[in-house]
Design a protein around this ligand. Structure first.
Ligand code: PEP
Ligand code: MN
Length: 338
């Protein structure tokens, strides 16, 4: 529930109420604003009801948070959350963030050439998978820690923050020691133990939508991370499975403005897995910018024909460079900047 205190309430009044919420085994939140102090209480609303806060002399109003996800809901936190990536990038608000790079880290030369192409065209963050969650156990599974080392090294050389996937709760600490952002892949969106572990980690998280996840499932997965104390979650729409099988997935772009109404977290779009078809990646990236996404993540490879994974959906450097030029116009029309 959201508790708005009366204008002249003191910090001590707030602390007393927060203490009583905590004593009930519920989670207290302190959210001072410029005009009013707002408190939050997360837990069983019937238990919280026993505090009778409506009748408290310092309380102006008590409003239940109706959505099942509380911490990530706009009801609880009306302003956009900006998520910092490394020292220079801020995701959300007026910025449109572009993360680019190959599907998988293959070797140093491939990573450096792909990263250089991404940087030259204007991407601000570098992606590359070291632990690959492949549908088939016979497909390339990634270079593991060696891949993390290559990615971190190339990120340092190019001065770009890095994004890479973590596929197991036990790997969170290791991956966090190399990368600037930890990605949760579609296949792991409901790996709740891993989400909790990520909630206890100090690095930002990109949470990709599961291929069979409803928007509510998606936001509740984000709630798992924030509930453990990590507020830096970026949601990423990457397509869902529907009856339509022409494309690899059905990119649910309507989910972007809908999710932005419901949550304060930034929302990115990933059209590479969202379509699976190289020629569709640029049009859907442009559409993502036009529908209000806070950024895109795209697969770009220095030589897609030779890519060990997802070559068919990876952009050639030249295509990515053209996309960035087109995006600049759309992003500006949306009142944002690259
Ligand atoms: C990826 O980004 O490389 C990936 C495997 O994506 P997804 O989890 O969306 O399939
Ligand atoms: Mn891929």
């Amino acid at each position: 529930m959201i508790i708005v205190l009366k204008p002249k309430s003191t910090k001590q009044d707030a602390d007393e109420i927060l203490q009583s919420i905590s004593e009930l085994g519920c989670k207290p939140l302190y959210m001072p604003g410029t005009e009013r102090v707002v408190l939050g209480a997360i837990g069983d609303e019937r238990v919280l009801g026993s505090l009778n806060l409506e009748g408290h002399p310092k309380v102006e109003s008590v409003t239940p948070v109706l959505s099942p996800y509380k911490l990530v809901s706009r009801e609880m936190h009306p302003h956009d959350t900006l998520v910092p990536i490394g020292p220079t990038v801020l995701v959300g608000g007026e910025k449109f963030t572009v993360i680019a790079g190959p599907c998988a880290v293959e070797n140093e030369a491939q990573m450096l050439a792909s990263g250089q192409a991404a940087k030259d065209a204007g991407a601000t963050c570098l992606r590359g998978g070291a632990f690959k969650p492949r549908t088939s156990p016979h497909s390339f599974q990634g270079l593991g820690v060696q891949g993390l080392e290559i990615l971190a090294d190339v990120g340092r050389k190019l001065n770009m923050p890095t994004v890479t996937e973590v596929v197991d709760a036990a790997d969170v600490e290791t991956v966090a020691s190399y990368a600037d952002v930890l990605q949760v892949g579609a296949r792991n969106m409901q790996n709740f133990r891993m989400l909790q572990e990520l909630g206890r980690c100090s690095k930002p998280v990109i949470l990709k939508r599961g291929m069979a996840a409803s928007i509510q499932d998606f936001l509740l997965a984000a709630e798992y991370i924030v509930n453990e104390g990590n507020p830096n979650v970026i949601l990423c729409e990457r397509g869902i499975r529907t009856f339509e099988t022409t494309m690899r997935n059905t990119l649910d772009l309507a989910a972007v403005p809908y999710i932005k109404l419901k949550t304060h977290l930034p929302v990115m779009v990933e059209p590479s897995h969202g379509t699976g078809i190289r020629d569709l990646v640029s049009p859907m990236s442009r559409a993502a910018a036009a529908c209000g996404a806070d950024g895109i993540m795209v697969e770009v490879h220095c030589n897609p024909a030779k890519a060990v994974s997802d070559g068919a959906q990876s952009l050639y450097p030249q295509q990515f460079s053209t996309l960035m030029k087109d995006l600049r116009i759309i992003v500006e029309a949306m009142g944002k900047s690259l």
